[in-house]
Design a protein around this ligand. Sequence first.
Ligand SMILES: [Cu+2]
Length: 129
Amino acid sequence: MIGRAVATFFHLAAVIMGAAAVGAGIAGAHAFPNAEQPLVGSTVAAPPAAVTITYDAPIESLFAKLDVVNSSNEEQDDGPAAVGPDHRTLSVKLKPLQPGDYTVTWAVVAEDGHRTEGSYDFTVTGAGR
Ligand SMILES: [Cu+2]
């Protein structure tokens, strides 16, 4: 684990120092979401059982984070986040959600060592399961 962190650090350092020489090709290797479930900013009638984000590039299981909180900032995820076998999906199961607003926060490291992060909200209107 330490070896891997060091390798990541050196990769990042190399990227910073080499950015001018390598140019625009680097950007394509970052992992950004290209699909979210529930959808970003959506209002859903039925409480979802899980949150799943699909990325446009492979992500590292070791560094992937996905948290879901309610409007009182209380954790709503039920168990650790999991990276799918294709290394492109990140998901976490949820406790039974009450009607209200929820915030999803994620952070991932692409297989080339580049970190990306973000957050978004969704709203649940019904209590269901
Ligand atoms: Cu990258």
